[in-house]
Design a protein around this ligand. Structure first.
Ligand code: PEP
Ligand code: MG
Length: 591
């Protein structure tokens, strides 16, 4: 039995026989063809590229119908590459001038391109490389598909599976993952990959347990070996012993029954356990339009944070106004006219899609650089395009606009002025839109928290982004494991800032929400409710867990928890106090 640890990217436990994918890839020899076969070779190439384009188009349609256009578009983009005249002519030139075989010519062109991308990646800081490296991996995927056509190797092994398996591979491409059927692919684990890779995001959307980035392990496992994947803990267990199997089978069943149990509270109200129950509005955080469905399935009352920068997923150019509009309209159609949907304007830069849209490559401190609303205010066309789409989509429901990473009053006012200008433009052009959308700001920079009483005069609501508020308060990068000890939601400095913001909102009688990961943890619910929060927004999967705490909590006891926690001096003291309280309030709490 062996334990291998990686990055947990999609929760759930699965047990089953391993299907191990070959690690070698396709080895293409340097082969040439006689001059009189050159034209036949070019025809062979064109046929292989046409077939690959056709396959990509049909995958696009299949996936768009199954999980939405964002995923379908990955393959739309692939079809365009296969048909790109520039790519075709480069490969044909190598066949005609150098007499390369079609396989070798395709491989040369794509590999050269990948090499250029990887060299470019090496010249920029490590944290900004992810997007380029992801693109280079996708080009390798394209190469593999064309080669499979040329060599006559079928690549659709996943759609033909009849027995349930756990897939183990060095890496999986989005084109592989797209074909996974959760009934036959119980889980997957890979040697490479990170939690923002498209494969990881697809696994989450398909709800297939997955662990990636494990490092070398394929040599330690054979096809058919029994394996366990725990997508919550990020563990792969090869050849488990009886005891371990039993333990994980129990966990698997417990997780399923946890889902059932939570399903049973899905339709119950999120109200406290007081004589006069106090309602707490639970909202969902989404990245992709199709996740709106998940919000409803998990019992959220609306969308508290729509991270629209994910419209850039698989994009090499800015989304058009129509693409923005149709994504927002589809969320609103799913949620209906009266559920709130908070659309956050683009938060590009730093670690999110940092090679696109006016982002500046090579900034020394990208998290302190031209990120988010700062970038939008420097790229007004980009910003106005999105604002137009939001205002137009707002006719379909209860849309609220929210600006991220506001750090000064000037920034907030500039955003509001721009929103008004866009309204005037739409009015002049006679385009239907909703004028009276509510406007809010995220409070995720300490300066905004400190100015919360001023900011409250300018907006209809606040949403506290604890993910960033913690990193900027403690000067601890949210993605850097070396300072993870400092990056603590329970740090007293963070709690004080939250309290300050909530009190400013209460004085100004505006709504205040917490939408960072902190609000998805059961541990912090008594504290947040005790501090006065009546709205929380979290990843949809967490909503039932939060509701479970709320339904046994009394506001007076929550206030006492908050009072005591705010008197403690260190993050460790706060965490252990909150753990003790959660165990008391909800003995069966999920840690
Ligand atoms: C936050 O910072 O808490 C937040 C919700 O925004 P993001 O995680 O997208 O930066
Ligand atoms: Mg943030």
């Amino acid at each position: 039995m062996e334990y291998k640890y990686g990055i947990a990217v999609s929760p759930g436990v699965a047990i089953g026989p391993a299907l191990v994918l070959d690690t070698e890839g396709v080895l293409i020899q340097h082969r040439t063809v006689p001059p009189d076969q050159v034209e036949a070779e070019v025809v062979r190439l064109q046929k292989a590229l046409d077939e690959a384009a056709e396959d990509a188009r049909s995958t696009r349609e299949r996936l768009t119908a199954k999980i939405g256009p964002t995923f379908g578009n990955i393959f739309g983009a692939q079809a365009s590459v296969f048909q790109d005249p520039g790519l075709r002519s480069q490969v044909e030139t190598l066949i005609r001038i150098q007499y390369y075989s079609a396989e070798y010519a395709v491989s040369r062109v794509i590999r050269d391109f990948v090499k250029t991308l990887e060299e470019a990646a090496r010249k920029i800081p490590e944290h900004s490389r992810a997007e380029i490296l992801r693109r280079s991996a996708e080009f390798i995927d394209l190469e593999r598909q064309v080669l499979a056509n040329l060599l006559g190797h079928p690549t659709d092994t996943f759609t033909n599976l009849t027995e349930p398996v756990v897939i183990l591979a060095n890496d999986l491409m989005p084109s592989d993952t797209a074909d996974f059927n959760p009934r036959t692919v119980r889980a997957f684990a890979t040697e490479s990959g990170g939690n923002t890779s498209h494969t990881a995001i697809l696994a989450g959307a398909l709800e297939i347990p997955a662990v990636v980035g494990i490092g070398r392990f394929l040599t330690d496992v054979s096809g058919g070996d029994m394996v366990i994947v725990d997508g919550e803990e990020g563990v792969l267990i090869i050849d488990p012993d009886e005891d371990t199997l039993r333990r994980y089978e129990d966990k698997r069943i417990a997780l399923l029954s946890r889902v059932d149990r939570y399903e049973s509270i899905r339709d119950k109200p999120a109200v406290t356990n007081d004589a006069t129950p106090v309602p707490i509005r639970l909202l969902g955080n989404i990245e992709l339009a199709q996740e709106a469905e998940h919000c409803l399935e998990r019992g959220a009352e609306g969308v508290g944070l729509y991270r629209t920068e994910f419209l850039y997923l698989n994009k090499t150019a800015d989304p058009t106004e129509e693409e923005h509009y149709s994504a927002y309209a589809s969320v609103l159609h799913k949620l209906g006219p009266s559920r709130p949907v908070v659309i956050r304007t683009l938060d590009l830069g730093a670690d999110k899609f940092s090679s696109l849209s006016g982002t500046v490559a090579g900034e020394k401190n990208p998290f302190l650089g031209l990120r988010s609303v700062r970038l939008c205010l420097r790229n007004l066309d980009l910003f106005k395009t999105q604002l137009r789409a939001i205002l137009r989509a707002a006719v379909h429901g209860d849309v609220r606009v929210m600006f991220p990473m506001i750090s000064t009053m000037d920034e907030l006012r500039q955003c509001k002025t721009l929103l008004n200008e866009v309204k005037e433009d739409l009015e002049d052009a006679g385009v239907p839109f909703k004028r009276d959308v509510r406007v809010g700001t995220m409070i995720e920079v300490p300066s905004a928290a400190l100015l919360a009483d001023f900011m409250a005069r300018e907006v209809d609501f606040f949403s506290i982004g604890t993910n960033d508020l913690i990193q900027y308060t403690l000067a601890a990068d949210r993605n850097n494991e070396n300072v993870a000890n400092l990056y603590q939601p329970s740090d007293p400095a963070v709690l004080r800032l939250i309290q300050m913001v909530v009190q400013a909102a209460q004085r100004a009688q505006i709504e205040v929400n917490v939408c960072g990961e902190m609000s998805g943890e059961q541990l912090f619910i008594p504290l947040l409710v005790g501090m006065g929060l009546r709205q929380l927004s979290a990843t949809p999967r967490k909503i039932p867990e939060i509701k479970q705490v709320i339904r046994v909590l009394q506001v007076t006891e929550a206030q006492e928890v908050a009072r005591r926690a705010l008197g403690l001096e260190t993050a460790r003291q706060v965490s252990s106090y909150l753990r003790e309280q959660l165990r008391r309030i909800l003995p069966q709490a999920v840690d």
